[in-house]
Design a protein around this ligand. Structure first.
Ligand code: DX5
Ligand code: ZN
Length: 217
């Protein structure tokens, strides 16, 4: 059964606490928070103050996905804000190893993220040090986009590397996840599914979380 990480990018920002409580009670495993800087991606979302405000209202694992240039400048603020997992896009820094080291030294789980156009080979040297790998299944920046099937092969490659080398990082997928696409991801080896619009653009987010889990039993 896959772990589900609802993305609050698609939540109702005027009723955020309610929307977080609904997914927590509804069986979510993590809470996915998308951080966008308007440069690495053509959209702006939340900063470290937002994560800090959420921290006391939920026990969910805060899974922070940084879509920002120069992520190393912002890492201390997100560590202090109470993030549990911090993900850095490999395309956004020339120093991915250093960025992951900063996260780990801060006592936070480290994640490396790859865009649909980036091969697994690009992150191969840091796979021994990460707790989670995020395979983007859409081009980052917006919720509600269509799942890119060409990314599934990369999930399978990562799963094979895990088996060959005895690594146990989680493989997370993000973008266009719904009751159908989650099955392909799970079969290929994904262990965590981010879902934004599928969960939140629904009358009953808890029912959507349940559907994703039942589809991957
Ligand atoms: C996209 C974000 C996603 C987004 C997913 O850049 O990284 O986390 O919230 O939204 P859906 O599930 O609607 O594709
Ligand atoms: Zn995301």
């Amino acid at each position: 059964m896959i772990k589900v990480a609802p993305s609050i990018l698609s939540a109702d920002y005027m009723h955020l606490q309610h929307d977080i409580e609904r997914v927590e009670k509804g069986g979510a495993d993590l809470l996915h928070i998308d951080i966008m800087d308007g440069t690495f991606v053509p959209n702006i979302s939340f900063g470290p103050g937002f994560v800090k405000a959420i921290r006391p209202i939920t026990n969910l694992t805060l899974d922070c996905h940084l879509m920002v240039e120069h992520p190393e400048h912002l890492l201390p603020s997100f560590i202090d804000a109470g993030a549990d997992i911090i993900g850095v896009q490999v395309e956004a820094t020339q120093h991915i190893h250093r960025a992951l080291q900063i996260i780990k030294n801060g006592g936070v789980k480290a994640e490396v993220v790859i865009n649909p156009g980036t091969p697994v080979m690009m992150i191969e040297p840091v796979l021994s040090m990460v707790d989670q790998v995020l395979v983007m299944t859409v081009n980052p920046g917006f919720g509600g986009q269509k799942f890119l099937h060409s990314t599934v092969e990369k999930i399978a490659q990562l799963d094979q590397i895990k088996k060959d080398r005895g690594y146990n990082f989680d493989i997370e997928v993000d973008g266009g996840v719904n009751y159908k696409t989650v099955v392909d991801c799970y079969k290929a080896g994904a262990t965590v599914a981010v879902a934004g619009s599928y969960v939140y653009v629904a009358n009953d987010p808890a029912d959507r979380i349940k559907t994703l889990k039942e589809a991957t039993k």
